[in-house]
Design a protein around this ligand. Structure first.
Ligand SMILES: O=P(O)(O)OC[C@@]1(O)O[C@H](CO)[C@@H](O)[C@@H]1O
Length: 310
């Protein structure tokens, strides 16, 4: 069973609006309020593909209750750790030309909250793979993520990491099964600006040298991705344009779709990349995750090639 951990979930407010004007109030065209957070998005996307997972995380106040209720309404399993405060609301604006995001830090967690989470991990009987995604709440212990990975690995589980902090570099030594940085995170964490296949090769090599087994490197609005298993590198690119509404949850759904095809069949890289990029593209066309209505069609329009070995 896949488990996901969202240590810092959110209600996302996604607003379509006219051009923002300093010191002026403007009226939005539309606004959507959705239960989100990176790991939760992975669970929601898996569910849309008909796969169950268990969503773990810290939740607080009326917003936390909303996120947990929505998670269960979607038919996802959820094991919340309840904490003090209010689960954050993150705001995203699209003015037709640019996207803007304002992310809040979220409620703090205590050592007791952390212990409660470790206990859940220690008592799972069906944990095959833990996907740890997103930011860590304020006041988390310095070794919180190390502990999470250790508790999961002690159960014999694989660990997948989607973290933007440079903590990813330290955690790499724990040999996670897969990491999913985007090109900005790869530059910040491993110091390589990726514009060409050779740049990607260098960055992916650094990630493997740090200990990571597999890397799914997404290239954001370029609509492409690299995957490396340490021996071979594949490059995938979508061959169509999309009308962008919000790119916010696209990376998380890309990861979910990739895992769906690849986790149980590691030779299935091409199919996994096609579904992953198709899903990411379709998610960009609505606020939140959308209905995945174009995923099948888009999957047929993703080109994948293997890079020649060096
Ligand atoms: O602050 P984090 O945890 O890094 O990111 C949080 C967040 O941006 O991630 C999701 C999209 O990936 C959103 O639903 C959510 O608001």
């Amino acid at each position: 069973m896949f488990y996901t951990l969202t240590a810092n979930p959110a209600v996302d407010m996604t607003v379509q609006c006219p051009t923002l004007v300093p010191n002026e109030n403007i009226r939005s065209v539309s606004a959507a309020y959705t239960a989100n957070g990176k790991g939760l998005d992975v669970s929601f996307a898996l569910k849309k593909f008909g796969v169950d997972s268990v969503a773990l995380g810290f939740f607080a106040g009326f917003t936390g209750k909303y996120v947990v209720d929505e998670t269960m309404n979607m038919g996802c399993l959820c094991r919340p750790v309840w904490i003090d405060g209010i689960t954050r609301i993150n705001s995203y604006f699209n003015d037709g030309e640019n996207e803007y995001g304002i992310l809040n830090s979220g409620p703090s967690i205590t050592p007791q909250n952390e212990q409660e989470l470790y206990k859940i991990l220690d008592n799972t009987g069906d944990l095959d793979c833990l996907v740890v995604s997103g930011s860590v709440p304020p006041k988390a212990s310095k070794d919180f993520l190390d502990q999470v990975v250790s508790h999961a690995q002690a159960r014999g589980a694989d660990v997948v990491l989607d973290l933007s902090s440079d903590k990813l570099k330290t955690l790499a030594s724990k040999k996670p099964l897969l990491i999913k940085p985007n090109h900005h995170e790869m530059r910040e964490i491993f110091g390589v600006q990726i514009d060409t296949d050779d740049d990607a090769r260098r960055a992916l090599k650094l990630a493997h040298e740090a200990g990571v087994q597999n890397v799914l490197l997404t290239m954001g609005s370029r609509g492409s991705a690299y995957f490396s298993n340490g021996e071979d590198i594949w490059y995938a690119k979508r061959e169509f344009n999309i009308k962008l509404v919000s790119s916010v949850c696209a990376g998380d759904c890309t990861l979910a779709a990739f895992l769906l095809k690849w986790y149980h069949n590691r030779d299935n890289v091409e199919e996994a990349l096609k579904l992953a990029l198709a899903t990411g593209a379709n998610v960009c066309e609505s606020a939140g995750l959308g209905d995945f209505g174009h995923v099948d069609e888009y999957s047929k329009r993703i080109a994948v090639r293997k890079l020649p070995r060096e």
